[in-house]
Design a protein around this ligand. Structure first.
Ligand code: NAD
Length: 485
């Protein structure tokens, strides 16, 4: 794969690599080393936080309307550079160019929400007694941090960074060490858009930087997106250190398929949901609960899955370790008596034999207590559990520790409503396999898919990235007292 420039940290507007150790960045497409990144330590974080703290008075002192002007320009730069940004996501994450492009388009939509803040954050004022006014204003928190995962190198940083910045905070971003290249370009383009130095900083690395973020006394809030295991660690550690924290975790999304569902549309949606982005989406279908007689839909799913061309329609998973983990799950299910209808193990792509490919996989007759039914696999694999009726199907969905998304496929409004009400998940789809809310609707799951109050995007994020200042004024000295004084 094409060699990429060495990754640098961004501190106070300067790209730098001090004496940190480094790690190779491997393209999952063919296993080749495409760059390397600094594995920073707590002193690198200290420098970034100091820069962000220094930049805060100037940035927070600008009006909201002034700050959004930079993001109008930045959104334009995303559009102008979409081909290059798409290629970077494709190279570092492995997803197809079409999927990578969709990610950048979503980042643009997230910026559109951020620039709409002056229309939404209008503050409140009321004359509460004659000559006495109360006002509520939203104020930024100060220096905040965003920690992101590997599966959406461009989009997930845009879930948090534009809103946090537009609302007046200064930011330190810690991207996934597996896909840091998109974040470097984000820093370049924000600078080109006119963002002052120090307002946005990037510290690359892994666990050590994350722990230093959670412990840092100058960081007021931390957002985290990643696995549930790490989300729990970050949520406990950051909030234990009195930071505000929202931590999004992993998922195990259930699609409930009813016999009256439109067969073509359902089969197409289920397969696209489980195989899109190689199944490495926190919104991917992982379990299909087939209610009663759905064999005709499963037959169509098999046909759909077999049409997928590996390396063209379906990219690799992120690493050799991920490929091994996913294949082990399939083998374990087979050993326990499940039936492999479409088998993606041992797949290779000619010319990219060292890439980390797993073909689409459909496993039938899975039991709710098998690992493939309970644990996050994060690959292009769907487990089918058979249920006698809708109540049993909802019970199976409710049994999951996770709760990111759930969907139902049916032509019946009343049965759909039952799932909308009964599913234990934050994002529900009706005849839609990846029910991601579009802006301005907010994104966030339930149960072990999210820790903390509120969602991570949309209006919910305004609450997270700001604090209210309540001011009471009185300018009528002839009236000596108000009713409280
Ligand atoms: P991950 O939890 O391994 O890593 C996420 C971040 O945490 C990275 O920046 C990483 O450097 C850091 N990290 C890793 N191990 C750590 C540790 N022990 N201590 C401190 N920090 C650590 O997640 P990932 O593999 O990069 O991403 C995939 C996961 O993210 C999946 O579970 C997926 O479901 C989840 N995800 C969830 C959402 C959501 O909205 N709920 C969105 C995207 C991804």
């Amino acid at each position: 794969m094409t060699q990429q420039p060495q990754v640098t940290n961004l501190i106070n507007g300067q790209k730098m690599r001090n004496g940190q150790t480094s790690m190779d960045i491997i393209s999952p497409i063919d296993g080749s080393v495409i760059s390397n990144l600094p594995m920073s330590n707590s002193s690198d974080l200290d420098a970034a936080v100091a820069a962000a703290k220094k930049a805060f008075p100037l940035w927070s002192g600008m009006t909201l309307k002034e700050r959004v002007q930079i993001f109008f320009k930045y959104r334009q730069l995303l559009e102008e550079n979409i081909e290059e940004l798409t290629e970077i996501v494709h190279l570092e994450n492995g997803k197809t160019r079409g999927e990578a492009r969709a990610e950048v388009l979503k980042s643009m939509e997230l910026c559109e929400f951020a620039v709409s803040m002056p229309q939404i954050v209008t503050n409140e004022i009321q004359e509460v007694s004659k000559g006495v006014e109360c006002r509520i204003e939203r104020k930024p928190l100060g220096v905040v941090a965003c920690i992101t995962p590997f599966n959406f190198p461009n989009m997930v940083p845009h879930w948090t960074v534009p809103n946090a910045l537009v609302l007046g905070n200064t930011v330190v971003l810690k991207p996934s060490e597996m896909v840091p290249l998109s974040a470097v370009r984000m820093g370049d383009l924000l600078k080109e858009a006119g963002l002052p130095d120090g307002v946005f900083n990037i510290v690359n690395g892994g666990k050590e930087v994350v722990e230093a973020i959670c412990d840092h006394p100058e960081i007021k809030a931390t957002s985290f997106v990643g696995s549930t295991k790490v989300a729990k660690i970050v949520y406990k550690r950051a909030s234990g250190n009195l930071q505000r924290c929202v931590a999004l975790g992993g998922a195990k999304n259930h699609l409930l398929v009813l016999p009256d569902a439109n067969p073509d549309m359902t089969a197409n949606n289920v397969v696209a949901s489980m195989a899109g982005c190689a199944g490495q989406r926190c919104m991917a279908a992982s379990v299909m609960v087939g209610v009663d007689k759905v064999q005709h839909i499963i037959d169509k799913m098999i046909a759909e899955a077999k049409q997928i061309v590996l390396g063209q329609d379906l990219g690799p998973v992120i690493s050799q370790a991920a490929k091994d983990r996913i294949e082990n799950y399939i083998t374990e299910a087979e050993t326990q008596g499940a039936k492999i209808l479409v088998d993606g193990r041992g797949a290779t792509v000619p010319g990219h034999e060292n890439g980390f490919y797993v073909g689409p996989t459909i496993i039938d007759f899975v039991k709710p207590d098998m690992a493939v039914a309970k644990e996050e696999i994060f690959g292009p694999v769907i487990s089918i559990i058979r249920a006698g009726d809708l109540d049993e199907a909802i019970q199976i969905e409710n049994g999951s520790n996770y709760g990111n998304a759930a969907a139902v496929f049916t032509e019946s409004g009343s049965l759909a409503k039952k799932v909308m009400e009964g599913a234990s998940a934050g994002m529900i789809g009706v005849n839609i396999g990846v029910p991601v809310p579009r802006e301005p609707f907010s994104f966030g799951g339930w149960n072990e898919s999210k820790f903390g109050v509120g969602d991570i995007t949309g209006k919910s994020s305004i609450e997270f990235w700001t604090q209210n200042k309540k001011t009471t004024t009185k300018w009528n000295p002839e009236d000596k007292r108000d009713w409280m004084s």
